[in-house]
Design a protein around this ligand. Structure first.
Ligand code: HAM
Length: 411
C-alpha cells in the first residue's frame, strides 16, 4: 500500500502541539486589542505582479521563492502567487477599499499562513505562519516604536525565553543614493572573494550584499548605512532606539525592498541558524507605489513556528472540567445525555463511547486531567442524581445534575 507523507517543508499539528499555537494566538489577540489594532484578512494568493512590485523584483523572495501558477487564462501578466508575506496584500486591500481616504491613520493586524519555496531546515518551512501588524498613515517614528512594543509584549507574554532587538536605518531617498555609491566603491574591491549571489547582488541591488549570510566577515568591513544617513533619518533612529532599547546592527538591511529609515529584527539564540523570530520596519513609499495615497507606514511580521519553538513551557492546553463514567453498559446512553447537558451548560467534558470497564474509564479520566468525575450507577439513574468525585481531593458526593453544573462550573 502506498503511504502518503505531507509535502516537504510542511507539517501537521496534532491536538497537543496545536495547544501551544492556540496559546500564542490568544496572547497575540489580547495584545493587538490593547494597542488598538483591528484584524484584517486577505487572500492567501494574489496576482504575481503585486508581489513583484510590492516586495521587489530583485529580492530572493520574488526571484526564487514564490509558488506561482496560472489563472486558467494564459496571459503571463495574470499569473497568481501564494503570498510570500502579507504586507503587499494588506496595502492592496487598504487601497482597494479606500480605507486610507476615509481614515487617515489605520492600524491592522493579521495571523495566517505564508508560503516560500525555500530549502527546508530547522525553523524554515515552505508553508509557515506569520502574525504581524501594519500601521499606515503616519511618518512619526513613535509609530515605529509602538509596533516594536507590540512585538516585544507578545514575545514576553507568550513566555519566549530569550531574545534581542536589533535596529538599523536604511535611510531615505535623500541619503540612500549617496550611501549606495559609497557602498559600491567599498564592495568593488571585495568582489573576487565574494560568493556568486553577492556578485549578482552587486549588479542588481548593492544594499542586499549586507544581507549575505555566507560573506558575513567581509560585510563587517563595509560601511553601514547609519554612518551615512541624513540628519532626519538619524533623529528618527535615535528616537526609536531611546524608546525601545534596541541595539544598532550595522549590517541589518532586511530582504525586502520596501523599507525606508527604521528596520528591525528580533532574534533568539535558542533557535540555531534560522534565528530571526520577527522582522519589520518603515515603508514610506510602498502605498504610493501600489497606487495609493502618499502616506508612510510601518509594521512587522513574526514567524509563528519559530516563536513557538522558543516559548518556555509548552502548555498542553486546558484540562477538561469533568469526565463521565458509567458503572455498567446499560447506563451508557443515559450518561451520554448527562454529559451533553453539562457541555450545553458551558462545561468541557468527555466520556468513553467505546464500552470499557469502570477501571479503564477511571484510568482515562485521570489521564485527561479532568477536575471532576461524574459517575452514573443504576441507583443514581433511578433517583435522577449522579456521584460527583473531586479528582484532586478524592471526595465523592451525590448531587443532582443542576448541582453538578453549579459545582463543576465554580472554579
Ligand atoms: P520577513 O523577515 O521576510 O518579513 O519575515 C518575517 C518572519 O517570518 C521572519 O523573521 C521569520 O520568523 C518568519 N519566516 C520567514 N521565512 C520563514 C520560513 N521559510 N519558515 C519559517 N518562518 C519564516 C516579512 O515578511 C515582512 N512582511 C515583515 C513586515 C511587515 N515588514 C513591514 N511590515
Amino acid at each position: 500500500m502506498t503511504r502518503y507523507a505531507a509535502p516537504r517543508g510542511t507539517y501537521d499539528l496534532l491536538p497537543e502541539q496545536a495547544a501551544a499555537h492556540q496559546r500564542l494566538e490568544a496572547v497575540c489577540r489580547s495584545v493587538f486589542a490593547r494597542f488598538g489594532y483591528g484584524e484584517i484578512r486577505v487572500p492567501v494568493f494574489e496576482y504575481t505582479r503585486l508581489f513583484n512590485r510590492g516586495v521587489g523584483e530583485t529580492t530572493d523572495i520574488v526571484e526564487k521563492q514564490m509558488f506561482t501558477f496560472g489563472t486558467g487564462g494564459d496571459e503571463e501578466k495574470d499569473t497568481l502567487s501564494l503570498r510570500p508575506e502579507l504586507t503587499a496584500g494588506v496595502m492592496r486591500a487598504l487601497i482597494e477599499h479606500n480605507v486610507l481616504a476615509q481614515k487617515p491613520f489605520v492600524k491592522v493586524w493579521y495571523y495566517g499562513p505564508v508560503f516560500r519555496k525555500e530549502r527546508p531546515q530547522k525553523g524554515r518551512f515552505r508553508q509557515f505562519h506569520q502574525f504581524g501588524v501594519e500601521a499606515v498613515g503616519s511618518n512619526d517614528p513613535l509609530v515605529d516604536v509602538e509596533t516594536i512594543l507590540v512585538l516585544l509584549s507578545i514575545l514576553r507574554e507568550a513566555g519566549v525565553q530569550e531574545f534581542q532587538l536589533k535596529l538599523n536605518s536604511v535611510g531615505c531617498p535623500e541619503c540612500r543614493p549617496r550611501y549606495r555609491e559609497t557602498l559600491r566603491a567599498a564592495a568593488q574591491a571585495q568582489l573576487p572573494q565574494r560568493c556568486e549571489d553577492c556578485r549578482r547582488r552587486f549588479e542588481r541591488n548593492v544594499l542586499r550584499l549586507l544581507d549575505c549570510k555566507t560573506d558575513r566577515e567581509l560585510n563587517r568591513q563595509l560601511p553601514g548605512p547609519m554612518e551615512h544617513v541624513c540628519p532626519e533619518c538619524r533623529r528618527q533612529f535615535e528616537l526609536v532606539q531611546k524608546h525601545t532599547g534596541g541595539v544598532l546592527e550595522p549590517t541589518l538591511v532586511r530582504g525586502l525592498d520596501y523599507y525606508t529609515r527604521t528596520v528591525y529584527e528580533v532574534t533568539s539564540s535558542t533557535l540555531g541558524a534560522q534565528d530571526a523570530l520577527a522582522g519589520g520596519g518603515r515603508y514610506d513609499h510602498l502605498v504610493e507605489e501600489l497606487g495609493g495615497p502618499k502616506v508612510g507606514g510601518v509594521g512587522f511580521a513574526a514567524g509563528v513556528e519559530r516563536v513557538v519553538m522558543s516559548m518556555k513551557e509548552v502548555n498542553a492546553g486546558a484540562p477538561l472540567d469533568f469526565f463521565g463514567i458509567y458503572i455498567d453498559e446499560t447506563l451508557k446512553s443515559d450518561l451520554f445525555d448527562i454529559v451533553n447537558r453539562l457541555r450545553g451548560a458551558g462545561l468541557s467534558g468527555d466520556m468513553e463511547l467505546e464500552t470499557r470497564s469502570v477501571k479503564a474509564q477511571m484510568r482515562n479520566a485521570n489521564r485527561s486531567g479532568a477536575r471532576f468525575a461524574v459517575i452514573l450507577g443504576g441507583e443514581e439513574r433511578q433517583r435522577g442524581v449522579v456521584k460527583l468525585k473531586d479528582m484532586a481531593r478524592g471526595h465523592e458526593r451525590e448531587v443532582t445534575i443542576d448541582e453538578a453544573i453549579r459545582i463543576v462550573g465554580a472554579r
